[in-house]
Structures are given as structure tokens and as C-alpha cells.
Design a protein around this ligand. Structure first.
Ligand code: FAD
Length: 466
């Protein structure tokens, strides 16, 4: 801390934020620590600027006072990226929540960072447009948080992750200065693409305040189907088959461990397929009309069935039926009811290695503790698996469990984080995914943009190598 005292810093922030923008004490504690954790939020203060100018003034002041800032969006990230200490100040983007412009000629939307994903979906749907990224936390996660973590979700196989959607970005740096790359068009090869540095940087390089994102005309037809498949090779063959001409827009795969848990006695869902299968595929095809989507989906599945690629299938006959299929994929209440301890992992690896990895991991976890249940599912087409490990005590230590999972993954050359970021949680394992040279240049970038280490320090990596 420089020569500005804590009480003066808070008083000056209060003046900038005009009272309701600055929360301290009980008002901070009344907020939940994270989406999953209802314990009180920890922070010296919660700053809630309502304009970029206010945010810049706060950052200038905090920079002068060497005050640590933890950026906060919807708090739905799953890697402790928003964890703060009692000495930190949390900077929430919740009042920067305006959809500034929907430009259907340029096919872009200009948003402030605090816009909640679902609000954007609804505003665009009213004009028959879509933002192509969607994910389970849509009711809470913000565009700023999604950019800061380079979020993925269900449509990545067609549209890419957040990084692909960004045509312009505005960032406030640690010293309060503004870096604007709000250009708004796709092709701009006039030098370095600076905005990409901040996407996926988890609030460690700058505060994302506004963005120009790509939007697409809405397709009126969506057909969803659930398939039962016998062998993993058939799942991969199915993906290839559906990618040629069916309008495939989502391809989610669930292993039987996931399916049994989420359609069994602890779940409110029932399996719409008769019998058990080794793999369950939930897919969606899109087309310009409902009839066209259903026709494309049906004929692709009929051909796949004739080629012996699937054992059973149900095609949703209504929006309600489609929603009930997707509700199984997005469910998490069964694991919460059944297990006292849950560990979640979000990894990526080559599609071809996925089944061998899942089998090997299961064997190793069984050897570690018979009490651990491994549930596997994921965005297979993106090379992304989610692993939910659940159990009831006595259980091994978290570090031991993580070691088994990540060592097994490292043998397949996979990544410890596919879409949720590193935060604090995965930091000890980053060296398994990134080599020493990569980490060196990441630290150099951090030093360049935030030489005093004030922005979300300790997240992703420590400023000095361990
Ligand atoms: C039920 C559920 C399903 C999910 N499904 C998916 C999924 O399919 N795909 C996926 O990718 N993720 C998924 N997630 C994870 C999460 O929703 C995403 O990581 C999301 O992008 C986080 O957005 P947020 O606004 O909640 O960010 P937060 O959790 O608030 O913050 C995330 C990180 O970004 C930083 N940050 C936040 N806002 C800013 C900003 N404006 N500028 C700079 N840094 C900032 C924070 O400091 C933190 O490090 C899921 C989460 C849940 C709870």
C-alpha cells in the first residue's frame, strides 16, 4: 500500500461510486462465495461501477494504493477464479449490463461485460437472431466472465468458443487506462490482435468492459434426438456421418456411469430409451424450418441405423420432449443427493483417446478407493470430457484424487482445463499441460500488463515459478 490510507481509499471509492455502488461489511458477506458455495463472500469491499468511466477512476485509485482487485461476473466459474481474501476488493461488473446495439447489417451485438447470457439470448430471439454460444449457467454467467474464461458450451463444434465470436473488445488495464479494440469487423490483420490476449486470461491482465460479438440469423428448426450406441468407434463414426449434411449443431456423449446416475433412483428423470447402452449420444440438428430439421435428422439417423452405427434412438416430437432430453444432460441433482463429496474435472484430449482414458482412469480410481464413483460425459466433438467423481467418506484427500486424474490425463497428452479455466484450483497441475517456456512467456505478459501484480494475483500461475 502506498501513502493513501485504507479509510481514505474507501472514502474516495465511495465518492466515485456514489454509495450504493460500494458494499462493505455485512453487505459483502450477504453474497454467496460462488455459484456452488453459499458461504459468505470474502472481501474488504465490493465495487459496483455503473459506467466504464467510474470503473477507470476506481482502478486508478486502487492502482495508486496498490490495492488487489478480483474481477467478478456471474460467479459461475468452477475453478476458484473469483476467490478473494479479506484484504482484496472484488470488482463486480453487474451494473455494466447494457446491450448497447444490435446491428443486423454488420451481424454484431455490442454488449457491456455484465450482460447475463440469457438476457442476450432473449433480446436477440425477439429479433430472430442468435448468439451462438450457450451453456448450462446461462441464467447467471456474464459475457465478461465468459470472455475472461473463453467459455465453450454446446455449439462449439459449429461456431467455436467465445474467442471466435469476438470482433471488438474494450479493456481497462490495472492502472485504469483504457485499451479499446472495438473495431467490429472480422478481418483485421494490421498488426497484433491484442484483444485475443485478454480472452481466457481470467481477469489477470485487464478488466473486460465491453465487447462486439458476432450474431447469426436464427434458424427456426431444431430437432433433438437421443441415441443408444454400443461401441466407442461407432460414436466417432456417427459424429463424422452426422457432420455431412444433417445440420448437426450439438453432439453430447454420456457414458453409462453418467446415465445410470442421472436417470436412476436419485434423479427426477427417467431414461426414454428401453434397455442399457454403452454410450448415449444427445444431438441436435438445425435447419431453416422445423420440418426441414426433423427431416434432416431422421434421414441421417435412418442411414446410420442401416449402417449399424446405433442400437436405439428417440427423436423428440415437441419442444417439451426436446427440453426433457436436454434436462438429463444438464442435470446435477442426483450426484448432489447421492454423494457427500464431489470432485469435478473438465479436461480435453484427442477424441480417439477418450475411451481408453476413461477406462484406464476408472481402473486407477478403483485401485485408489472402491468408494469413488466416476461419471463421464462431455462435448465429445470438441475433445472435451467432464468427469464427476463422487463418494461418501472415508475417501482419499483431494490432492491424491487430482493426482490420479491428472497423471492419467498427462499420459494421453491432454489438457487440465478445456473450458473452465485454471483459477486457483488447477494451478498446481498447470505444468502438466504447459511447458516451462510457455509459462515463462505467460509470466512476462503478466509483468507487462500488471507490473504490481494487482489484478487477480495468484490465479492461473504464481508470479514466480514454484
Ligand atoms: C451449471 C453450469 C454449467 C456450466 N457449463 C459450462 C460450459 O458448458 N462451458 C463452459 O465454458 N463453462 C461452463 N460453466 C462455467 C462458467 O459458467 C463459465 O466459466 C462462465 O464463462 C463464467 O462466467 P461468469 O460471468 O460466471 O464469470 P465468473 O465466474 O464471475 O468469473 C470467471 C473468471 O473471469 C474473471 N472475470 C469475470 N468477469 C471479468 C471481466 N469482466 N473482466 C475480466 N475478468 C473477468 C474472474 O475473475 C474469474 O477469474 C458452467 C458453470 C455452471 C455452474
Amino acid at each position: 500500500m502506498s501513502n493513501i490510507t485504507q479509510s481514505r481509499l474507501l472514502a474516495e471509492l465511495n465518492t466515485i461510486l456514489r454509495f450504493s455502488g460500494l458494499l462493505t461489511g455485512e453487505a459483502v458477506k450477504s453474497r454467496a462465495a460462488t455459484f456452488w458455495d453459499n458461504s459468505p463472500m470474502r472481501a474488504k469491499a465490493l465495487l459496483r461501477p455503473s459506467s466504464v468511466e467510474q470503473l477507470q477512476q476506481c482502478m486508478r485509485l486502487c492502482h495508486a494504493a496498490r490495492q488487489v482487485i478480483v474481477p467478478l461476473g456471474g460467479n459461475t466459474s468452477l475453478a476458484e477464479g473469483t476467490a478473494a481474501s479479506a484484504d482484496d476488493m472484488v470488482l463486480s461488473l453487474e451494473r455494466l449490463n447494457q446491450i448497447e446495439q444490435i446491428d443486423t447489417v454488420s451481424q454484431t451485438v455490442t454488449v457491456q461485460a455484465g450482460v447475463v447470457l440469457q438476457a442476450l439470448h432473449e433480446a436477440l430471439a425477439a429479433q430472430n437472431w442468435v448468439f451462438p454460444v450457450d451453456l448450462g449457467a446461462r441464467g447467471s454467467c456474464t459475457l465478461g466472465g465468459m470472455l475472461a474464461t473463453n467459455a465453450g458450451g454446446f455449439g462449439v463444434l459449429v461456431h467455436g468458443m467465445m474467442r471466435t465470436q469476438v470482433l471488438g473488445l474494450e479493456v481497462v488495464l490495472a492502472d485504469g487506462s483504457l485499451l479499446s479494440s472495438m473495431h467490429g469487423f472480422l478481418k483485421n490483420n494490421s498488426g497484433y490482435d491484442l484483444k485475443q490476449l485478454f480472452i481466457g486470461s481470467e481477469g489477470t491482465l485487464g478488466i473486460i468492459t465491453r465487447a462486439i460479438l458476432r450474431i447469426k440469423p436464427a434458424l427456426a428448426g431444431r430437432a433433438s434426438a437421443l441415441l443408444g450406441v454400443e461401441r466407442f468407434e461407432q460414436v466417432c463414426e456417427l459424429l463424422k456421418h452426422l457432420q455431412s449434411g444433417s445440420g448437426l449443431s450439438a453432439f453430447e456423449v454420456m457414458w453409462p456411469s453418467f446415465w445410470r446416475l442421472n436417470t436412476g433412483e436419485y434423479s427426477s428423470h427417467q431414461s426414454p430409451l428401453a434397455g442399457e447402452h454403452n454410450f448415449y449420444v444427445l444431438l441436435e440438428c438445425q435447419a431453416s424450418s422445423q420440418a426441414a430439421a426433423e427431416a434432416a435428422c431422421c434421414s441421417a439417423l435412418e442411414a446410420a441405423f442401416n449402417d449399424g452405427l446405433l442400437q436405439d434412438a428417440v427423436i423428440a416430437q415437441s419442444m417439451a420432449e426436446a427440453q426433457s432430453l436436454w434436462a438429463i444432460r444438464e442435470a446435477y441433482e442426483a450426484e448432489q443427493k447421492r454423494f457427500k463429496q464431489i470432485w469435478g474435472f473438465d479436461v480435453s484430449l484427442r477424441i480417439a483417446d477418450m475411451q481408453r482414458f476413461a477406462q484406464l482412469l476408472e481402473e486407477r480410481l478403483k485401485r485408489l478407493s472402491a468408494a469413488i464413483y466416476l461419471s463421464v460425459y462431455g462435448h465429445l466433438a470438441d475433445g472435451n470430457l467432464h468427469l464427476i467423481l463422487g463418494g461418501n467418506p472415508p475417501l482419499p484427500e483431494t490432492h491424491t484424487v487430482e493426482e490420479v486424474v491428472y497423471q492419467c490425463l498427462a499420459e494421453f497428452g491432454g489438457s487440465i482445463s478445456a473450458e473452465h479455466g485454471v483459477g486457483l484450483e488447477k494451478k498446481p497441475w498447470l505444468h502438466l499441460t504447459r511447458n516451462a517456456n510457455e509459462l515463462h512467456w505467460m509470466r512476462q505478459l503478466k509483468q507487462l500488463f500488471d507490473p504490481h501484480g494487482l489484478l487477480n494475483p495468484g490465479k492461473i500461475f504464481d508470479s514466480e515459478p514454484a
